[in-house]
Design a protein around this ligand. Structure first.
Ligand SMILES: C[S@@+](CC[C@H](N)C(=O)[O-])C[C@H]1O[C@@H](n2cnc3c(N)ncnc32)[C@H](O)[C@@H]1O
Ligand code: SF4
Ligand code: SF4
Length: 341
């Protein structure tokens, strides 16, 4: 099922002249049950998007549309995706259709949804330290023992190297990473460290959490050495650090989120240009949206970007842009992917 879907998806992409989006970032809910100090969602009561009537059916319909268009991958993100009671039904629906599914989660609710979570092609659990106090400080909840218990519970249902630990890294937790890499090695899982960067949403910015100068060099060198010690477990793009130093997206390395990564909000609306800023939103059928003048105009602007993009270095759009902007990075990503199969 999956291989026939991948083949059909690749054929559609080829016939379109590689002009189709290939991934969806579905923000299942913007609510969260952790309060991470570097994350824009980590503020109690800030978002409230409890399901409204008709949302569930609308999302299933959207997944049908994604498959019709030949979109390869669907990422269930958030906020905390497992706070949406429908997330595992959506995962099962997309997986049954043959889409490649992934989901980052803070891990607090994994056990409750273990069978649904087990179906993901890639499960990403965010752990940035194995030090209980430091985890509690950074993530705003004293939840490390529960997250590890939940992770170990679901790992019994998953194949080796199909689970990833996402570790947001800065100087505070850098020295905790070797222990985390060893933890991953013992469990046959992957560690994906990501340098903490500022994340903006519709003009709102958290207090500055960027890495500067020597700190960024130190993080990069540390991670390179760690990857040499744990080649099967530690995965990150070395190029990301040059991209970071050069101030993120810009004309030399444009952001491909508008054309290649579809942003779908909890209510099923499609937002353009990206998940972080909305210039256009629509509940119209997908094909209609991408054929509209409004969408075409926005997509045509991605080569030069907008003023609000200045300094943006967000990881998910970076990865999608890396595949598109550079054949070398696409190759690196392909090799990374194969290592995970
Ligand atoms: C926004 S969260 C959503 C999913 C889920 N709540 C979680 O924590 O995995 C996705 C990932 O972004 C990371 N993240 C959030 N803010 C970040 C920042 N400012 N810099 C780097 N990574 C960040 C989190 O650690 C997490 O791994
Ligand atoms: S990183 Fe994830 S768990 Fe932490 S506040 Fe953000 S959305 Fe919530
Ligand atoms: S660079 Fe991309 S992800 Fe960042 S704000 Fe601009 S369009 Fe959005």
């Amino acid at each position: 099922m999956k291989y026939s879907y991948i083949a059909k998806s690749a054929a559609k992409l080829f016939w379109s002249g590689f002009n189709l989006p290939y991934m969806v970032m579905f923000e299942t809910t913007l609510m969260c049950n952790m309060f991470c100090e570097y994350c824009i969602f980590g503020e109690e009561g800030k978002f409230n998007d409890l399901q409204t009537r008709g949302t569930r059916d609308r999302i299933f319909k959207r997944i049908d549309e994604f498959c019709e268009m030949g979109i390869f991958a669907l990422s269930f993100s958030g906020g905390e995706p497992l706070l949406n009671p429908n997330t595992c039904d959506y995962i099962a629906y997309a997986a049954d259709k043959g889409m490649w599914t992934s989901m980052p989660t803070n891990g607090l609710l994994i056990k409750k949804h273990a069978d649904g979570v087990a179906r993901l092609d890639m499960l990403e659990v965010s752990i940035d330290s194995l030090n209980v106090q430091r985890f509690a400080k950074r993530r705003g909840v004293d939840g490390l023992p529960r997250v590890i218990e939940n992770l170990d519970f679901v790992l019994a249902k998953r194949k080796p190297y199909t689970t990833q630990i996402n570790a947001a890294v800065n100087m505070e937790n850098l020295q905790d990473l070797p222990e985390l890499a060893e933890f991953c090695k013992q469990r046959k899982i992957v560690m994906h460290p990501e340098a903490v960067h500022n994340v903006m949403r519709d003009g709102e910015l958290l207090p500055d959490s960027e890495l500067h100068g020597k700190d960024l060099d130190t993080v990069e060198m540390f991670l390179r050495e760690l990857r040499m010690s744990y080649p099967k477990n530690v995965r990150f793009y070395t190029h990301y650090y040059d991209f970071y130093r050069q101030g993120g997206f810009g004309p030399k390395f444009p952001c491909r989120h508008p054309s290649k990564l579809i942003s779908m909000k909890p209510d099923g609306a499609i937002h353009l240009p990206c998940a972080f800023v909305t210039l256009h939103k629509s509940q119209a059928p997908l094909k209609e949206i991408f054929a509209s003048e409004a969408a075409k105009k926005i997509i045509a602007q991605e080569a030069t970007l907008w003023d609000f993009c200045k300094g943006c270095k967000i990881g998910c759009p970076y990865e999608v842009s890396a595949y598109t902007n550079s054949p070398m990075l696409a190759l690196e990503s392909g090799l990374n992917f194969l290592r995970l199969l």
